[in-house]
Design a protein around this ligand. Sequence first.
Ligand code: PMP
Length: 384
Amino acid sequence: MPERAYFDWNATSPLRQVAREAMVAALGQTGNASSVHGEGRTARRLIEDARAQVAHLVGADAKDVTFASGATEANMLALHPAMGDRLFVSAVEHPSVRSGGRFPAEKIEELPVDGAGSVDLHALSNAVARAERPFVSIMLANNETGVIEPIVQIAQIVHTANGVLHVDAVQGPGRIDCDLKTLGADLLSISAHKLGGPQGVGALIRRGYIQIEPLIRGGGQERGLRAGTENVAGIAGFGAACAALAANWRHEAIRMAALRDRIETGIKALVPRAVIFGQNAPRLPNTTLFSIPGIKAETAIIAFDLNGIALSSGSACSSGKVQTSHVLAAMGVEPELARGALRISLGCSTTDAEVDNLLNALTKVSSSLLKGHENSRVNSGLAA
Ligand code: PMP
């Protein structure tokens, strides 16, 4: 069996050791954080410590952090008609934002992006001018391409129009600065499992002046915004991962960028006509989305997997099937090329040796799949 190397950190990241330890310790306590006895107060302390750690990562006040079951739920919590009379989202958002959350369909408008996947700022300015209280939700960085949206400029446009800005920052932590105030965002969603914490926990972080509409009513947990007994171990792991990341991310991001550049140089050297999407736009240091004309993503993913390499096609979807990407469609990429899109995403523990393995596998996979492609073209008379 070949040694495995994991290149799908944008789908989910391995659990950091500190997060695992915090979770195991939290699982050893029995209290309900709403109980007043000592056990309850211990659980409460774990949650409030984690809240401060999450807040610190994004430069927010701890009281403005609301824990939820992940970023999908955090986005749902944010996207409520009380936030504005119209919702504007970009065409490349994650489905949890594109679907508009709690807004009715007739109040949701999609904004176009350019060929690199950056939001069209003219279209945004015109759109927000048409609403009285625009609510805008744009991602910090795209999960498929890694392209970073110009959030500082977007925030200026939105605020000039008297609007509110929500930023889905799921792919940001550990890779780029996610400071709420520097970005100018009013609301920010993050997810633990993308930053070395566990799956099934995330947070919506707001500026103090923003009011959020409750999502789940019940026992009044999370300041009445999201009822239900808290996932104490998950929250503790989330907090520990945020603390570790806050201390190290700049150094880790520089290392990842160097590895990513090595991978892209390797792809281009091997197949010069390979296309790297969004290559000239500001991008996350850990993500490469590329296509090799003639190679289908589904076949390539299986071939890489057999060679010990875990990578994906753009986004992981619940069915496990490869679907054509709405992100690449919005960028105007031809469907045939989009069907070949492969995403390589790295993380803090990716090594040089793993990148060597990836490039070796790429050499094998591309030559065998391209040979198969040429043969089928010859057989169907297309090769002339
Ligand atoms: N937004 C983006 C940009 C994402 O990449 C993801 C995860 N794929 C989500 C939201 C949803 O996060 P979660 O898995 O925590 O619900």
